[in-house]
Design a protein around this ligand. Structure first.
Ligand SMILES: Cc1cc2nc3c(=O)[nH]c(=O)nc-3n(C[C@H](O)[C@H](O)[C@H](O)COP(=O)(O)OP(=O)(O)OC[C@H]3O[C@@H](n4cnc5c(N)ncnc54)[C@H](O)[C@@H]3O)c2cc1C
Length: 433
């Protein structure tokens, strides 16, 4: 039961392990939705591309997603309008609406349970935040609706509604688009040395490298160890819960998210910074018992995503000093549209075209945001803490997660089994015994 709903009853195509010294125009590291969509777009542009995945494709965060396809990422537009101005807010919206349109077009020919659904961001306490978001959206030319009583078993003060967004089965989608891609599984990238990538089973020389491994592990450029942290969430798929009229998510980072898949309802919650106390399944199980007493838990899983400093992902050149290395990360739990935006931007940049959205998502934008101080504080206190097992990524002291029986890093979110095997990066190897 402790496996994502999307991995049950599905056959994902298998790919060989790298077994020769390869050369390619583009090497993509990471077989989640961001890497795979980028490879798909590059291939469609006629660019020679290899993708390597350390385990099996689609078994990372992409397997644990809620798979809502929407340009509504919490109450983000008021924030972007305030911090970056109208042009950038418009571009963020346009990029994500284009991503939605691209999914609509691709999914026409793919059997992946794609359905148009309205998306709602509800609040339990802050009506003025919802009004501000509606105002910001109006300023950038998007008509969203303020709904007074969203159809949820919660007391709310309203919700912002985006019409005609979508939901799908992410793995059914990916399993079709990977068919003609050149992929090597069980091929673990250990080091990137200029244009040579060293894996556990040989080297690859590449003109361009795309790092789409969720949390980038190359620390010498880009300062991703300062720009990102991870946030863990818990999911239940409930039978006999509620037929919803749309997809719902809270305006709060620790609130609940709801969507249906066939006759099941996916309920997500209990979120917390990885390596810190909080969440787990208790809260959502209790919520289900109280509000859906007749329901039964069919699936249960936990997952985590990378959170950026300013709620926007990092898509583009890995850093100012790495001309031919690119990144797609920091999706803030909106990496389904984020992955499509990555594919659009990176395939243009690599083929020598300027993409109209690239500046908004540039990984080299300012890092002077309040979250930087929080990330810095966590790193310093946990690196200096002399007790406990050390994370091989940067030497932070790991915390024991009793509920999942894992060692979790409060700095960057790497996780390990109780006997030290790597579960989540940015650490790139097991714990030393
Ligand atoms: C609870 C939750 C709900 C979410 N719901 C939504 C939603 O409704 N809508 C939405 O838009 N987004 C959602 N997201 C976010 C979205 O699912 C993720 O942002 C997205 O799946 C990330 O994809 P990815 O390709 O970057 O990462 P991953 O899927 O993790 O892929 C990265 C891959 O890289 C591989 N890798 C790592 N290191 C190496 C290495 N050294 N060598 C080779 N391979 C390596 C890993 O094995 C992995 O397969 C949600 C996230 C969470 C946590």
């Amino acid at each position: 039961m402790n496996e994502s709903i999307w991995l049950d009853n599905i056959e994902i195509p298998e790919f060989p392990k790298l077994n020769y010294e390869a050369k390619t125009e583009v090497l993509i590291i990471g077989g989640g939705i961001a890497g795979i969509l980028t490879a798909y777009y590059l291939k469609n542009k006629g660019i020679d591309c290899i993708l390597v995945e350390k385990n099996r494709i689609c078994h990372g965060v992409t397997a644990g997603t809620t798979a809502k396809i929407t340009a509504q990422h919490g109450l983000i537009y008021a924030d972007i309008l305030k911090s970056d101005g109208k042009d950038k807010a418009e571009m963020y919206l346009k990029a994500n609406l284009s991503a939605l349109e691209n999914y609509k077009r691709l999914c026409k020919d793919i059997d992946c349970d794609f359905e148009l659904k309205d998306n709602y961001v509800y609040s339990q306490s802050d009506r003025s935040g919802l009004e501000k978001e509606i105002g910001a959206l109006e300023k950038i030319g998007y008509k969203a609706e303020l709904v007074d009583t969203p159809n949820l078993p919660l007391k709310t003060v309203g919700a912002v509604k985006f019409l005609n967004q979508a939901q799908f089965h992410p793995i059914k989608f990916i399993k079709e688009i990977v068919k003609d891609l050149k992929i090597f599984e069980n091929t673990f990238v250990l080091e990137v040395d200029g244009k040579t990538v060293v894996t556990n089973c040989g080297k690859i020389k590449a003109e361009n490298i795309v790092v789409a491994i969720h949390f980038p592990f190359i620390n010498t450029h880009g300062s991703y160890f300062l720009k990102l942290y991870q946030h863990r969430s818990y999911a239940l798929a409930l039978k006999g819960a509620q037929k919803l009229d749309g997809m719902y998510v809270s305006d709060s980072k620790t609130g609940l998210s709801f969507r249906n898949y066939n006759d099941l309802m996916i309920l997500i919650g209990g979120s917390h910074r990885t390596g810190k106390i909080g969440g787990s399944y208790n809260g959502i199980e209790q919520f289900a018992r109280i509000h859906y007493p007749q329901s039964k838990i069919q699936y249960r899983w936990a997952t985590q995503d990378c959170m950026s400093l300013d709620k926007k992902p990092y898509i583009g050149r890995y850093s100012k000093n790495t001309a031919d290395m690119y990144v797609a990360s920091g999706f803030n739990k909106w990496g389904i549209t984020g992955a499509m935006v990555s594919a659009m931007i990176l395939s243009d940049m690599i083929s020598g075209k300027t993409n109209e959205f690239q500046e908004v998502f540039s990984p080299s934008r300012s890092i002077l945001k309040p979250q930087l101080a929080v990330n810095g504080f966590e790193a310093v206190t946990n690196i200096l803490n002399p007790f406990g097992k050390r994370c091989p990524h940067m030497g932070c002291s790991l915390k024991w997660n009793k509920a999942e029986r894992t060692w979790d890093c409060p700095c960057h979110g790497s996780r390990f089994t109780d006997d030290g095997k790597l579960l989540n990066n940015p650490a790139n190897g097991n714990l030393k015994s």
